[in-house]
Design a protein. Structure first.
Length: 305
């Protein structure tokens, strides 16, 4: 084998590794899971899944639409496209057979989707009170209060929250700075800093409880909370149930959406909310602002009844 061929093979392998590295491990896992669903559909109907014909993808979307949200269809379509690229194939997901079918599905189903409830101040306080009363283990009690208060006040994604490293923390007179190495919208790893100030009400101060947790557990390196992102969601639902709320109406994302909604309701502008949450576009943040203003800017407030 000539050196030129060897070089081309090594270049090809490195290129594939670079493409894979452009996505996080969790993101790639999600893409593969979605694509496996498409593979099963193709096997069931004797279709070829890779490379796939746009007509077959369109059939798949139609079949999926009976029991799935439009957002799920779009996500699966994106996954099909990404896996094709990773495997060295091309598929035109903008093909008229796909796009027009998707538009028709949207018109029939509608695009409005009811999201999970945000955890607002009332729920947050009830959760902290429940932890205080129900958790007998001082380590669990301190960790879980710090975890939930930091998760809320920083507008953290669960993956960001559980990956906070001791070296990422810098305590100051004003509060704590937390460096986020990488997040869902920062795949290149530029990082960002979230600054959380001390709260006036010490019983619900995230900085105070974070300090308490570090001191009690003697954390001096590695992950601060040492917990999985799935466990964050489990704990949230557990404490919501104990506090008398319906856990089915909430998710692990409810801390993040709760921060954004509460901040918007308190008068924070979209730029300052995005600085904390790390959102790259205003679309979702404006949705939180709109949600927070449903009663505040309600036309019925002008009617004297």
């Amino acid at each position: 084998m000539s050196n030129l061929v060897k070089d081309l093979i090594s270049i090809e392998l490195e290129t594939l590794n670079n493409i894979r590295s452009s996505k996080s491990v969790n993101t790639l896992r999600a893409y593969k899971s979605d694509f496996n669903h498409f593979i099963n559909f193709c096997k069931k109907n004797n279709f070829i899944s890779l490379p796939a014909d746009p007509k077959i993808v369109s059939f798949y979307l139609t079949d999926l639409s009976s029991n799935s949200k439009v957002s799920t269809l779009k996500r699966r379509l994106a996954s099909i496209s990404v896996i094709h690229k990773l495997k060295g194939h091309y598929i035109d997901i903008k093909h008229p057979l796909i796009i027009e079918n998707l538009m028709g599905i949207q018109r029939k189903k509608g695009v409005f989707q009811k999201s999970k409830n945000p955890i607002l101040i009332n729920e947050l306080k009830e959760i902290i009170n429940v932890i205080d009363k129900s958790e007998k283990n001082i380590l669990k009690k301190t960790r879980n209060k710090a975890l939930i208060l930091i998760g809320f006040s920083g507008g953290f994604r669960r993956s960001e929250l559980v990956n906070i490293d001791f070296e990422d923390l810098e305590f100051t007179i004003e509060g704590v700075k937390i460096f986020i190495k990488r997040s869902k919208t920062d795949q290149s790893g530029e990082g960002m800093i979230k600054a959380i100030p001390y709260f006036k009400e010490k019983n619900f101060c995230p900085v105070t409880y974070l300090k308490n947790w570090i001191e009690i557990c003697k954390v001096n390196k590695g992950f601060v909370f040492n917990i999985s992102d799935k466990m964050v969601a489990i704990l949230i639902k557990k404490y919501l149930l104990a506090a008398g709320f319906d856990p089915k109406k909430y998710s692990g994302h409810s801390l993040r959406s709760g921060f954004a909604t509460t901040a918007a309701s308190s008068g924070a502008d979209e730029k300052s909310i995005m600085t904390m949450t790390g959102h790259k576009t205003t679309q979702m943040v404006r949705r939180y602002i709109k949600e927070s203003n449903l009663f505040k800017n309600n036309a019925l407030n002008k009617i004297d009844l």
